[in-house]
Structures are given as structure tokens and as C-alpha cells.
Design a protein around this ligand. Sequence first.
Ligand code: NAI
Ligand code: MG
Length: 359
Amino acid sequence: MSDIKKIAVIDGDGIGPEVVAEAKKVLRKTEELFGYQFEIEHGLFGGIAIDEKGTPLPQETLEMCKNSDAVLLGAVGGPKWDNNSKELRPETGLLGIRKELGLFSNIRPAVVFDCLKEASTLKPEVLDGTDLIVVRELTGGIYFGEKFRRNTEFGEEAVDTCAYNVMEVERIVRQAFEIAKTRRKKLASVDKANVLESSRLWRETVNRLAPEYPDVELEHVLVDNCAMQLLRRPSSFDVIVTENMFGDILSDEAAMLTGSIGMLSSASLGEGSFGLYEPVHGSAPDIAGQGKANPIATILSVALMFKLSFGYQKAGDLIEKAVKNVLDYGHRTGDISTDQTNVLSTSQMGDQIIAAMKK
Ligand code: NAI
Ligand code: MG
């Protein structure tokens, strides 16, 4: 098998290097188990790139990402750069990299692990079997629409506009249908078609594409209802696809079903199989350099990369199963443990997970 995958790895700041190191162990372990070959390159990005190169997103890092099959990113930012001007802030690099790589969707799984149900604020029986993915449109909608202020007889008025064209809706909806096909084959399209014109176009487009995916069961859900159903019957959802602002809110709501931020993975995708994979959490400066970070979010991001970018479904499943087994066995990092006297360090958790990876 000569199919070498190029992975651009960006450690970033704070706990970034610590969690990425554990994810790399998992990559190496899958090479051993499945005969895959990964060519890993490293690039500077975020605060460390500001310090060493004078910009959060150096050109050579961008080129490295563009020449790779996927990007694995730790996290960026920290108090050291908080008072910098906009061009010299790590977050500016994040927006820049997504734009430069043409990433138009953000994908966040919310999986409830049985043994961590007690960490959630919802009743265990409501959470049973919850395993869903929110697919959020990332480049359109009200966040990017025309915005301005004007004077009116009632005082100053501020205007934000929400616009979507058919191309923008089609490409993300197709992606969501494709993801649903690899899972439980259910798609919930979330909109506000009872009041918003952009939502009516969204729904028309979804309905026009649906016949191309006859094996996927489609439901339309109004966004306010979806917010309720996520708390009432989360396990009934498989894939949820929605526009930018609704997705921003619903993905955070879905994340809270699962317990700790240290467990949540994410992907940002564009056309084709290329994607950027990263934990949902930030650089956690409060625990950086102490070996306390939970590496599971980053390790599960690798599983997502395997499934969404490489078509390595079995290896992705194996990683997820190893994480589940390690948690079922009782291993915990501090963020997911009730007993702080008996917790694993970042690298110990990584070691347990690779030890649990068996075919
Ligand atoms: P954060 O996610 O870094 O931390 C929030 C809390 O969760 C902290 O108490 C932290 O210790 C804990 N935490 C986060 N990840 C953890 C892990 N893997 N294991 C155990 N505990 C974990 O968010 P915060 O504090 O708002 O931001 C810190 C910095 O990170 C800021 O500079 C922010 O701009 C940046 N950030 C970067 C992101 C990215 O790179 N995509 C996303 C969010 C924030
Ligand atoms: Mg948000």
C-alpha cells in the first residue's frame, strides 16, 4: 500500500503541544496496526508564530497546510498576546487559516460516554445512546452579511443582514447527507422557514437534493424546536445540518450534553476530502505545562480525520472504542474525575489509549 497521507501538524500554544503529542502516538499506533503511512510535517502557528516570525499565520505554515491531506491543530492563544493589535493576535490566524483553506463547514460530534453520564446536568436516561453530529455552515449568513448603522426618528438603528445563495446551501447540505450515509442515515435540517426568506431557500434546496439520497431519512426542524428537542430527546438525532448562527448556538448546546470540554473534537471541511481537525477547547493557559490536560478531544479529532478525510472508517472506530474502553475501565484525567487524588497525566492517558488499541 503506497498511499501515504500527508498530515500538517500544528502544536500551537498552551496545552496544544501536550495534547498533540498524544494524538501523534495514536497516529503511529495505527500505522503499526493497519499498515498506514503518515508523513507528518510541523509548522508554527498562533502565539508562538507571532513570537518567532512576527505573524500568527506564516506563509510557510499556510503552504504546508495547502500541500497536505489534512491538518491537525492543537490550540492557540494565551494572555501573553491578549493585548496585541488585531494583526498580531492568535485568533486572527485562526480566521485566516480557515478562510485561506476554503473551509466552509464546521463539524462537531457530541457523544455521551456511558461512564461519564454522571458528569452531565441532564438525567442519564435522557442521554442514553446520544451520538450526534452538528454540521454548521461557516462562511455565510448573518455573521458575514452586510451590516451598518443609520439614524432614524427613534434614534440610531443597527442592521445585520442574513443572506444565503443556493451554492452555499447546496455544498454544505450535500456534505451533511454524505456524512449521514456513513452513520445512522438520519438528517435533521434546521431552519426558521416559517419567518426567514433565507431559511425558505435553505429548505427548498434541501428538498431538491433529498431524492439523491433516498437511503437517508430527512426531517426539517425549526431552530427553536430543535433547541428543545436536543434537551428532550438528544439520542434521536444523528446528523444535524444548519446555517452559521443557528449552528453556533446549537453546537454549544449539544456540547453541554457530554460533560467536559476536554472530550470534544471538531473538523472544518471544504470541497473534497481535505479537512482541519482540532479539539473544541482552547489553549488552557491555567493548566499548560503541567501534564494535566485531557488529550481525548485531540485523539478523537484524529478519529474524525480518519473517517471524514481518509475513509479509514475501521481505524476511526478503533480509536473511539479504545477511548471508551479506557474510560469504562475508570481511567480519568482531572477534568473528568470526581476524585482528584487519583488522576492520570496527559501522557499517561495517551499511553492507556494506545495500549487499548487492539484489532
Ligand atoms: P479553554 O478551552 O482554553 O479553557 C477553558 C477551561 O477548560 C479552563 O479551565 C481549562 O483549564 C479547561 N480545559 C480546556 N481544555 C482542557 C483539556 N483538554 N483538559 C482539561 N481541561 C481543559 O478556554 P479559555 O480559557 O476561554 O481560553 C484560553 C485561550 O485559548 C484564549 O487565549 C483563547 O483565545 C484561546 N482559545 C483558542 C481556541 C482555539 O485554538 N481553537 C478555542 C478557544 C479558545
Ligand atoms: Mg460558539
